[in-house]
Design a protein around this ligand. Sequence first.
Ligand code: SF4
Length: 353
Amino acid sequence: MLATDDRAPRATVRLPAVLADYACARTLVCCKPPWRVYLGPHEDHVLIGRVSQAGDRRLTARVRAAIERPAPGITLLAQPDDGCPLLDEDAAGCAVHRVAGMGALPATCRNFPRSVVRAPDGLEVAFLLQCPTAAGIVARHPAPFTWVERDAAAWPYDDRRAADRALWWDHRTPLTYDALAALRAAWWGRLAAAGEAAPAPEPLLALHEAPEHPSAAATTTALTAADPDDLLASAEQRFLERLDARGDAYRERADDVAAALAAPPTDARLARAWAAAPHAYLCAAGLALQHAGVHTRQPVRDVLRGAAWQTLEAVQLTAKLLPLALGTPLDAVADSLCVAAHVSRWLAHAARA
Ligand code: SF4
């Protein structure tokens, strides 16, 4: 059965309460690899026009030179190794933003880390924890998943697409939008109930084991160390070194970091990592599973399991980072949530390639 699209959309935009007051802190992660800025139809002309209107001829020429069309129907901003060519020379900010204001930015840049999608019942916003600012909010101020609503007429971020009309549980089984809504709500309820005590990562293990059964108990309740994986460890290190706040520190201690990432954490370290911020992990899982069916085109089952995997990966990473003491324990949690989100996306891309 297909998702229904005949319901009346709300006049509001709904977004997760924990990140409702998110404000960009100019970490500029979205301006550097692995992020790319894809431009929508005619957005290249709009961008050139806005910068030109602002009267900066040199920047207008830079924008023209930055636009690439690698294939029919694909337009994007070039990206040399060190990031977007529209970054200011001191890499302290975006020249387009500085000269022409936020409204001139391409929608990809303006929206990041938001995913704004037209769901059958109205606009829905999800967030990407690949943004260190968003990950930091979740680490330091976690909250169970609830919605807040904003006036759609005053919402400044464009929706980039509509949710797919056909939803899929797996590669064979269709799903209705109502079933998806009930499933997401059930998992948010379970994560919230666990958050009242947060004694163990059991809800995350259950989400990974049986995403279709939000009330079933997990067969295992304790974390176990993941098998060492060289490729994963090198990806983790790469993303840690790109973090805005502590990337330098991770680079300076590169050998120690590599050794920590290569060894499986002990049970005691895993327990310490969980105890450092159980509510943050539960909150992060709720945000990750929100993407299912609405914000990605992957089968819902894969996204729910992926949300659990990503969060458990963050716990594993925290367990490895805590002994390095490169910041506070909550810094390690924030960095781990952010890097686990990057790694998860990187793996999903690798699997599709
Ligand atoms: S246009 Fe500006 S905000 Fe967008 S990626 Fe380039 S430097 Fe960053």
